[in-house]
Design a protein around this ligand. Sequence first.
Ligand SMILES: *Cc1c(COP(=O)(O)O)cnc(C)c1O
Length: 464
Amino acid sequence: MFFPSEPFRIKVVEPIRRTTREEREHLIRESGNNVFNLPAEAIYVDLLTDSGTSAMSDNQWAGMMLGDESYAGSKNYYHFEDTVHDIFGFKHIIPTHQGRVAENLLFSTILKEGMVIPNNIHFDTTRANVEYNGGEALDLVIDEAYDPHLDHPFKGNMDLQKLQATIEEYGVERIPLVIMTITNNSGGGQPVSMENIRATRALLNRYGIPLFFDACRFAENCYFIKEREPGYQGKSIKEIAREMFAYGDGCTMSAKKDGLVNIGGFIGLNDDGLSEKITTRLILIEGFPTYGGLAGRDLEAIARGLQEVLNEDYLHFRISQVRHLGKMLDDEGIPILKPVGGHAVYLNAREFLPHIPQAQFPAQALTVALYREAGIRAVEIGSLMFGHKDPLTGREVYPELELVRLAIPRRVYTTMHMVYVAESIINLYRQRNDIRGLKLTYEAPVLRHFTARLETVETSLENA
Ligand SMILES: *Cc1c(COP(=O)(O)O)cnc(C)c1O
């Protein structure tokens, strides 16, 4: 495959600094071996997240200068509403300042104690908002999603048998809606096929259960459908998006991903009564319905970003850039999760560092080494993030996979930056036997990975 060169040129530059190894050694020690505690200025290539880290276009920045900051009825709101309506098709569009507020408004309105929300896999904020509002969050993705070596074009698909069994088990009255996360972030940015969306819709129609989308990376999902699903090669991304959303009753969206902006989100939905209830809550916690916690200029930037993200040259470059990074690593035998998804490459830390037991946080050890050796910030998705003590037995429970996610911000880094990342990881792989495990010295009672402090396991005695 010929790698597409950047479909943009650079008009404004933001200098980034190459620190020395001594500096990084000092900083990572100070941070308690936790990359969340590092100053961003001391990072050369920052792959912590693709959320809110996109570069805006000249067209979006020009739109920011046309912000109408009227309290009510800003012209930017109408542009935003028209654009979202045109792509997503939902009747009511409710702006929020980011995705999790959209989730909070939706779930605090519809959930009652004892209800369940099925999803392919819940993203962490979605799960938290479901559970906080008294619901149970169920992950019903196909089993293939859990095999890191298996190549499958739509690893984000819902398992329809599991979904039907869940509906039969809990009953329709306990399932206010079903969600499909496109692409499936927690499962590696894997897409959902149109066929699976259509079949899910058909199944839910038999029970009268609404279908919602967690639409953060909808354009990337549409690109995969166009590339991989028979019958979609001749359709535009917008046509694919319109068909997809027509199967749904609503969506939550973080515009910090495929909105190509640094802040923003929205809820789209068709139900008048539900929209009215959510709008009442919106006014209480976010703002008036024509700005919802955002400035007029932010709404303008989202409207323009949503049009730009449908551009196929952009999407082709975007998906190829991520895939190309995966290929450079795979060609050198570096263990990665396959196939490469839309927004990130995931290193398989258990295979990268087989000498470090899960109790010593191999994915965190790899994340720390990557910063120390190369100034690259990735994020651990393994036993530091998900490990916990079983409340009954008191024993540590470890997650299935130990991953290091390299999330690629949109339109920010060049292909040469990706070559630098690949070469750094390949170098690190050659010295992998020198990487040692870690142990916790501080952990918070919840979401410990954000603030944890760790130290290197020094002696071979401790390794035993
Ligand atoms: C980022 C994300 C969210 C939450 O959005 P925020 O804007 O970060 O609040 C929800 N779902 C998915 C799939 C996401 O990737």
